[in-house]
Design a protein around this ligand. Sequence first.
Ligand code: NAG
Ligand code: NAG
Ligand code: NAG
Ligand code: NAG
Ligand code: NAG
Length: 451
Amino acid sequence: MAQDSSTETSPLLRNGEVHDSDDEVDPHVVRKSNDKTNYTGRAIVLYLLTLIFIAALVVLLGFKEHLPDQILPWIGELPREPTRAALAVLDVAPVIVNLPILVRYLYANNVSAVDLNSRMPGHVDIPRLREGKVGGFFWSVYVSCPEIKDAENFTEPSWRVRDTLEQIDVARSLIDKYPDTFQSASTSEDVTTSIINGKIASLLGVEGGHQLGNSISVLRQYYSLGARYLTLTHTCHNAFADSSGPTAPLHNGLSPLGRRLIDEMNRLGMLVDLSHTSDETAIQALNYSRAPVIWSHSSARAIHDVQRNLPDDVLRLVGSGPGQKEAVVMVNFVPDFVAVPGNASVASVADHVEHIARITGKDHVGLGSDFDGMNGAPTGLEDVSKYPALIAELRKRGWNKFELAGLTGANILRVFQGAERVAKELQDNHTLPVYDLYDKRTDIPRNPFEL
Ligand SMILES: *[C@@H]1O[C@H](CO)[C@@H](O)[C@H](O)[C@H]1NC(C)=O
Ligand SMILES: *[C@@H]1O[C@H](CO)[C@@H](O)[C@H](O)[C@H]1NC(C)=O
Ligand SMILES: *[C@@H]1O[C@H](CO)[C@@H](O)[C@H](O)[C@H]1NC(C)=O
Ligand SMILES: *[C@@H]1O[C@H](CO)[C@@H](O)[C@H](O)[C@H]1NC(C)=O
Ligand SMILES: *[C@@H]1O[C@H](CO)[C@@H](O)[C@H](O)[C@H]1NC(C)=O
């Protein structure tokens, strides 16, 4: 068994399943009594109880290799059998799930026609979320890049803001339709509360700057509707930043407006998501953002060489060391990004997790997945019910329970809390909201007095 040196309890550890055994007896309790006799009597009883307790603990720990798997979690140990160990390590949260786009394409956004208690055609439904021990996820309210090929000046109107509002409506309607299962969450504290209540914490994330119609006021409105991350780009460039999609860069990273967008995201407490961006965008945003950042679904280029994955020189900027940035890289399961055709599997996804962890440290890796946002899935990770298989694989590779709890949720929650702290600081000192307009827009007069 790997020994856990840390006694820190992750907020995601399920009550009872992984149990800290050294906080049972509170020595301060006796001090509350003023009655001397009572004090001595109680102290003796307490002393004896403590002795018995410690003796029992010593016996248990001394013989723990002989204890059945079911007992081990109660003394803070993981079961030996990896699958059982995986199930003892808590809920997976939050991962990225693209269910709303499936509802758009397969159900014309008719939420009444969607039955999440039955087997859904994609990767996600309630029985499989429960089987996979999913404790929470970001509902991605993604819509695709606009088709308008207007000289890349982004001034042509598109329907992407309307479409995004429709996807926010789908996500919120589905959350409301199953109140026994989902609980809407907009803060890190909400996520923990939902999980403690046995609900699946439901956050929203917007998967591309193109969905803002290149307007920072739209960002604020998405925030007020509950969105807590914005991916700076999807597969197209936009007025804010370059994507890893097109081969030729447009801004060589962030545009000046893109920096102002990040200022506003930091002030609001909206996570800056660097998945899909070009390497230059990622490097610049990592350096520029005051708040910690995320990659909502990105894997490692050194393991599988595609542009959509992160190169080692970007990974080296993430971590807890000097010159490194607090961030979490949540691994993508899309088979084409994981391995050559036919080779994506639990083991190859675990290779990505371990490669990233080797460079950034295990505190900076998470699970992004992208279920319902991909065609096919890795062998052994066919849908949301299969997360425990990945945890079991990493357990076999020697990850301990705290490292696994970090991977499955505590790391992203820590980063989210970091972003919330930065937002509070900026709001407390009255940092002004960003009202900058995209400079190529001509529909709003810049100097009304000249009208
Ligand atoms: C939406 O689905 C429900 C349930 O299947 C159905 O009764 C209703 O007619 C559908 N609405 C539309 C507009 O298709
Ligand atoms: C990070 O930003 C600072 C200014 O804020 C700049 O001096 C530095 O060169 C930047 N580093 C990188 C790697 O872009
Ligand atoms: C794909 O998987 C097969 C079987 O495991 C292995 O022999 C082969 O080397 C893998 N291909 C690549 C390019 O990794
Ligand atoms: C608010 O604090 C940040 C640093 O946390 C600082 O950069 C900024 O200038 C401050 N703004 C005001 C208005 O004081
Ligand atoms: C944007 O591109 C369109 C189409 O090429 C062009 O008509 C328009 O003048 C451009 N606007 C600006 C502000 O560059």
